[in-house]
Structure formats: C-alpha cells, structure tokens
Design a protein around this ligand. Structure first.
Ligand SMILES: Cc1ncc(COP(=O)(O)O)c(C=O)c1O
Length: 394
C-alpha cells in the first residue's frame, strides 16, 4: 500500500498540474459550436509562442508518433531520399521506421547513442549530395532514450553552409517547453511535438509547427494522406474548427497549460530546467555513476540517463524503487534495456520534486546493493541552493 502522491519521474508523460486537471474536468461541448471555435482559435494562436514561431501550428488528436508521420506525409513523396540521424531509440522507432513504412528512401546515419547529432557530419553529408537529392533532414532535438540534446541552431548553420535545400524536420517531443527551441530563428521547417512532456498535459495531442517552405513542399508532395492532411486542417482551423472530432477537453487543458507557461515565462522555464539538469548531474557524479550522454554540452536538461555498474540491472533497481517508494523512473529502451535508468526532470516540477526524486533513487541504490558513493543528494541540494535566484526575465 502506498500513501501520498505517486512520483511519476519518467521523461514523459509528466505530472499534470492540478490547475490543468481542473481545467479539463469540464462538460464536453459541441465541437461545431461557437464556444469551441473561440477556445480553439485562442489556443491555436497562443501555442505559437511555445514554438517561438509566428507561423501556423496544427494540433492532431494523436500521440507524438502521429505528428512525426504527419510531418513526413505532408512534405515528401514516395521514394524521396531523407537523411535521418541516429541518436537513440526514437530516431529509429519514430522516424526511420515511420519513414520506411511510408515508402521513403532512408539514409540512416549511424550514431553512438551517447551523443547528439554532429553538425559537422550534417554538413559533410549534405556537401557530398551534389545533386541535392535529399529532400529532408530529420533530427531529434532531445533524444529521450539517451538524454542527449542536439544543437539545432548549429545543424541549421551546417545546412546553410552546405547550401542544401533539404527541409529541416525536428522532433521536439521531449524538448518543447523545457529546452530552448526556436522554430523561426533556426529556420526549422516542421517542428513535431506531443502534449505529454514539457506542455504538462496528458498524452493525446500531436503538434506540427509549419514553415512557409514546408507549406510549399506540401503542394508538390504526392504522399497519400487523409487524416494527417495539413490543408484540410488549416482550412477548418481558420474558423476555429477541425475536419474531424477534436480532443475537446485536452484543448481546455492546453489552454490552462499555456496560461501557466506564459505566467512563468518561457525563458524562466528554460533557466529552471538548466538548474535541474545541473543538480541531477552533480548528484550522479557524486554517486560515482556514469551519465550516458558523454558530451557535457549535449547533456539534457529535461532528463538524465544513468548507466548501471557492470553486473547490475537497471530494471531491478527501478522495480525496487517503484515497490518501496512508489516512484516510476524511465526504463532503458532498445540496446540500453537493463543498462540505464532515466530520471525525468521536466514538466510540472520544482526543487523539492527533484530533491524527493533523487532521494528515492539514492535509497533505491542502497536497497538494490548497487555500488555507489553516498552524498549525491547532498550535492544536488547544494547545486539547487546555490542557483536559487530571481527569475531571469519577468
Ligand atoms: C523524442 C521522441 N520522439 C518520439 C516519441 C514518440 O511519441 P509517442 O510515444 O507520443 O508516439 C517520443 C516519446 O516519448 C519521444 O520522446
């Protein structure tokens, strides 16, 4: 038997704030009526701020993978060559597999699962493509299976240096609203996200932020699409409606979450996330354990994947922590199964949530007989206390 609240410290779905839960608990309204149109128009307008774009954003009733498929299906044609960079489980499952099933010709650039995408590699691959054969470059901003963040601004600069015309499609599913992401400034063509991470909502909404170049690509794209078609969606959205039944109550939730994000300020959220990333890493280092992402400037501020010492299974540790302390941690995915556990520190979160989370891990390490040095939680508390400050931007 457990008392108090469950600690949901997986890297998404994240904890849903009480304000958002209350906002969702409304009678369902007519999705073809004026009240819905007003809600929907406001949400579609305000959500642009989180993407740092002034262009259109469409919202599908779907998981994140659905919005990945939408990005590909609207911009490309069967047989088109796409360059997808391996960063971990999600570059494979959400992108390579989806693209292959859609009949795209995928060049999957191998990566180590311990790094983000190398901008130099992007540049080299595109320079070698003298015929401008690649129609799109796909990059996962924050690889949720490994905790490595790619520097998208540098990827964009690399593409521009190579003078390549490919679209830039970015998976920001576990970064949007947690780690700085600038759709317009970084000239991203399609930004893909889901509701269940930094946006602090339950799962069920998929998003595409769309550039003018991506909209133009849609006009010549011959990929069969129906449910995912941007054109029908954008047309219906003009008057606040959808081509099919929208996820009405999740849009109430999004309305409240956007309110919370605007009250705090995006830059303040990013600064807060940086503190959580730094404190968690200080903790893991003090434990004497290894962080999966080996490049310090790519270590994620949304989650930290921790490697288990040889001979110790991460899922056994996770099981003990769930049983004894009612806390869920992220499992190792794909080739990392059993080898890492992932601490989610994104979404509705504060200093004491992190302190509680890391305390649960430290107690779990001890109970599981994993060799580690004590003092990790102390190191995290010191890091948090030393960086408590005023909001950077009010
Ligand atoms: C980076 C990334 N891409 C894609 C996905 C797939 O999203 P979903 O599980 O909502 O379909 C996830 C899910 O966690 C993710 O973290």
């Amino acid at each position: 038997m457990h008392t108090g609240r469950h600690f949901l410290q997986i890297p998404g779905p994240t904890n849903v704030p009480d304000r958002v839960l209350r906002a969702m608990a409304q009678p369902v309204i007519d999705h073809r009526g004026p009240e819905f149109a007003a809600l929907s128009k406001e949400v579609l307008h305000r959500v642009r701020g989180v993407f740092q774009t002034t262009g259109p954003v469409v919202i599908f009733p779907s998981s994140g993978t659905g919005s990945c498929e939408a990005a590909l299906a609207n911009t490309l044609s069967p047989g088109d060559r796409v360059l997808i960079f391996e960063t971990g489980w999600f570059s494979h499952i959400a992108w390579r597999r989806t693209a292959e099933k859609l009949g795209l010709s995928v060049e999957y650039v191998p990566g180590s699962w311990r790094r983000g995408v190398s901008p130099a590699e992007v540049e080299a691959r595109l320079r070698a493509d003298t015929g401008q054969d690649f129609k799109a470059v796909v990059v996962v901003h924050n690889e949720t299976s490994t905790g490595a963040t790619t520097r998208i601004s540098e990827v964009r600069k690399a593409m521009n240096r190579a003078r390549h015309s490919a679209l830039l499609i970015v998976d920001a599913i576990s970064s949007l609203g947690s780690i700085d992401f600038r759709h317009d400034e970084w000239e991203v063509d399609v930004t893909v996200t889901g509701s269940q991470k930094g946006l602090m909502l339950p799962p069920g909404l998929g998003f595409n932020a769309i550039s003018a170049k991506a909209l133009a690509a849609r006009k010549v794209s011959t990929m069969p699409r129906s449910y995912w078609d941007w054109e029908e969606m954008l047309k219906a959205n003009e008057s606040g409606f959808y081509p099919y039944t929208p996820a009405t109550n999740l849009l109430y939730a999004l309305h409240e979450a956007l309110q919370m994000i605007e009250e705090e300020g995006l830059q303040n959220i990013f600064a807060r996330q940086e503190r959580y990333g730094a404190a968690t890493r200080a903790c893991v280092r003090a434990w004497g354990l290894e962080i999966l992402c080996e490049e310090p400037q790519e270590q994620s501020n949304a989650l930290t994947a921790v490697m288990m010492p040889e001979g110790h299974n991460a899922d056994r540790l996770r099981g003990i922590i769930l049983e004894k302390f009612d806390m869920s941690l992220g499992t190792g995915l794909g080739q990392m199964a059993g080898k890492v556990f992932r601490i989610g520190h994104l979404g509705a979160f504060n200093d004491l949530t992190l302190a509680g989370t890391l305390s649960g891990v430290e107690m779990g390490l001890e109970l599981a007989g994993v060799p580690f040095k004590k003092g990790g939680v102390q190191a995290a508390l010191a890091s948090l206390a030393s960086s408590v400050g005023e909001p950077v931007i009010s």
